[in-house]
Design a protein around this ligand. Structure first.
Ligand code: C5P
Length: 293
């Protein structure tokens, strides 16, 4: 038996550089892992096949469409093993939230199954990362054991970042409605070349500040997500959640990924608690107070 936590992420920065012929977009993003997580359990069984049990989350998550199931199918195919496993997914991260919950579950499935079947070594790791990239653009980030990474390409070309300073608290607000990533990218109007160039310079500055000692006031002004332009005008709940975070006193508030979660970073625990409490009083919101970790 094996248990694994699948932590969620936020994007502290996300600029879309260009549309690609394959329908995807080239990004420049900064992934930050957070404490909020799903939990997965893996057990070998005597019954051939892959059994997936999902606890919690919205209905319809169980079955062959689940990315955990797909990850497991690929795992057994690529490593030429006969499946006889039960996977239990305990879902706590909201779905359609821009928090990478499904992607993290998929990465956890690959890591968990590799552990359960004693698959290790550099060559195996390479194959696992390749499976990960095939499952989704955010999955490779969760294969790294790191709190912070810069992503390029679809988000799968990664550079691990280290830091020395203290990371802030983070208040996540899921405004109660999901947003579908595909629709967001389809609706997005790219920034002008100059605008994109200026944003990429901001990312460089942000990375520099992080390297020098973590998040500070200056870092907050550099947080950016191009996808907000395609979401905020079309999902009033997301726009309102962001406005409310500022109204409740947040210094910074940003949408994560393609939404619908918005988050605020706080250096001060008391301030984070206050924000989380104020946001929790709004009916329909799911609020999580956690840390980048
Ligand atoms: O890779 P993933 O399955 O998570 O992507 C979901 C959808 O988001 C894709 O079908 C695509 O429409 C869009 N996407 C994109 N460019 C990216 C990542 C995702 O266009 N870099």
């Amino acid at each position: 038996m094996m248990k694994i936590k699948a932590r969620a992420k936020v994007n502290l920065f996300l600029e879309v550089a260009r549309r690609r012929p394959d329908g995807y977009h080239n990004l420049a993003t900064l992934f930050a892992r957070v404490g909020l997580c799903d939990e997965l359990e893996f057990k070998k069984t005597s019954v051939p096949g892959i059994e997936l049990e999902v606890r919690g989350g919205p209905p319809g998550l169980a079955g062959g469409d689940n990315i955990v199931y797909k990850a497991a199918v690929e795992f057994f195919r690529v490593f030429g093993l006969a499946p006889a496993v039960k996977i239990t997914l305990d879902k706590k991260v909201p779905v359609g939230a821009g928090l990478g919950g499904g992607s993290s579950d998929a990465a956890a499935a690959l890591r968990g199954l590799a552990g359960l079947y004693g698959i290790s070594g550099a060559a195996a790791k390479k194959r696992l990362v390749k499976i990960a990239a095939g499952l989704g653009s955010d999955v490779p980030f969760f294969m790294l054991d790191t709190a912070l990474a810069a992503g390029k390409g679809r988000g799968e070309k990664l550079k691990t970042l280290s830091w020395t300073g203290r990371f802030p608290y983070i208040v996540l607000v899921y405004p109660g409605v999901p947003v579908y990533t595909k629709d967001v990218y389809a609706r997005l109007k790219l920034g002008s070349q100059e605008a994109v160039r200026a944003r990429l310079a901001d990312l460089k500055k942000l990375l520099g500040l992080l390297k020098e000692g973590g998040f500070r006031g200056e870092s907050a002004a550099l947080l950016f997500n191009r996808l907000e332009e395609a979401v905020l005008p079309n999902y009033k709940e997301v726009k309102l959640a962001k406005e409310r975070l500022f109204k409740f006193g947040a210094d910074s508030a940003l949408m994560s990924g393609s939404g619908s979660t918005v988050f605020a970073l706080c250096r001060d625990r008391k301030k984070a608690l206050g924000l989380a409490e104020a946001a929790s009083s709004v009916s329909g919101y799911q609020v999580f107070l956690t840390k980048i970790c």
